[in-house]
Write a protein that binds this ligand. Structure first.
Ligand code: OGA
Ligand code: NI
Length: 360
């Protein structure tokens, strides 16, 4: 009897319209198994055995950038080391108010609690549309669906937001503005750590494009069978990620995965593909993934701080020489972004396409 019930439950779940999102699926009825669409082949599942214990990403106290000359130099060196050894670091003492962080997490949560009809007003849109809601990564092409719903919207140079919840625009406007200031400060320090002028990255990025990406990972009855977010690197320059207290982010380090524990009021920053290009590979964008769990839904809020859509991104000439041959060909950020968002994610596959042929 129980098996029959489970079967019919699974059939119902398999017949559901998955384009509306994972939350919509769960709201439609009791789901006690993961529908086939979300079941990953065994070798792509998030085996706990691949996750090492006792390691964590570096922590950078960025108040040092406003300190004495010696503190500034030390902080820039620590940032450079974090970028080259990990490509990921946690930022503390960033000066962004805890109340603003709390409000942002609140409005993000409220957005995902809206009805599917309301959210689908922003569904099925072009990948470069300034506001879009969706599920998985690119549900039109993904073979296996990620256990994830998302909202993406442009934040800079022009703020675009959904109309609901009513206070979303005001809170997100303030939040992403503060995050952009933080990202620019980090980019200046990172430019210096590469021996470039502090304004170098900001200048090649032109006006810049900041995209907010809100991730919602509902509770999952069989988390070991699926992925919240498949392994990928991020487009753009620097991603600044805020996660709630649930946890699920893992970063590839050497040949294993390291969990990034949630720490309230801190941000996780990572080197993204266009910083790898500008640095001519000195700093590498790093693969990361999100796993889900059976107990609690999780929210994370990423801000991709990248170049303007019409900015041509290429390795800094100062970082190309006899011992450091040119590693990437140049490409307009807008073209890269369209391609990256339109294909199923496979690790760093999109950046690999820009790699120059190896010299003998
Ligand atoms: C992303 C991302 C990870 C997470 O939004 O690009 O990698 O922990 N998110 O949600
Ligand atoms: Ni990411």
């Amino acid at each position: 009897m129980a098996t029959v019930e489970l079967e019919s439950n699974k059939n119902l779940a398999n017949d559901h319209d998955h384009m509306k999102g994972v939350k919509d699926l769960l709201d439609a009825g009791v789901i006690n198994s993961v529908p086939d669409k979300y079941v990953f082949p065994e070798n792509r599942r998030p085996s706990a055995a691949q996750v090492v214990q006792g390691e964590s990403i570096p922590i950078i106290d960025i108040s040092g950038l406003d300190g004495s000359q010696q503190e500034r130099i030390q902080t820039i060196q620590a940032l450079g080391q974090a970028c080259s050894e990990w490509g990921f670091f946690r930022v503390i003492n960033h000066g962004i108010q805890a109340s603003l962080i709390g409000s942002m997490l609140d409005v993000a949560h409220q957005f995902f609690l809206l009805s599917s009809e309301e959210k689908m007003k922003y569904g099925n849109r072009d990948v470069l549309d300034p506001v879009r809601y969706g599920t998985s990564f690119n549900a039109k092409v993904d073979q296996f669906f990620n256990w994830r719903d998302y909202l993406k919207h442009f934040c800079h140079p022009v703020l675009h937001t959904p109309d609901n919840p009513p206070n979303y625009r005001e809170v997100a406007g303030q939040y992403f503005k503060e995050i952009r200031k933080l990202a620019l400060k980090l980019m200046a320090a990172i430019s210096e750590s590469l021996g470039l002028q502090p304004t170098y990255i900001e200048t090649v990025f032109k006006e810049g494009l900041q995209i907010g990406a809100l991730n919602f990972y509902p509770r999952c009855p069989e988390p070991e069978l699926t992925m919240g977010f498949v392994p990928h690197s991020d487009h753009g320059g620097l991603t600044v990620l805020l996660q709630d207290e649930v946890g699920g982010l893992q970063v590839r380090h050497k040949d294993h995965w390291v969990a990034v524990e949630p720490v309230p009021n801190t941000f996780v920053v990572n080197v993204s593909d266009h910083l790898e290009i500008v640095s001519n590979g000195r700093y590498k964008s790093v693969e990361h993934r999100a796993v889900v769990n059976a107990e609690r839904a999780r929210i994370s809020i990423a801000a991709a701080n990248g170049p303007a859509l019409d900015a041509l991104i290429f390795p800094a000439p100062q970082l190309v020489d006899e011992t450091h041959p040119l590693l990437y060909s140049s490409m307009l950020y807008g073209e890269f972004l369209r391609q990256q968002q339109s294909t199923a994610l496979v690790g760093k596959g999109n950046l690999d396409l820009l790699k120059t042929p190896k010299r003998e």
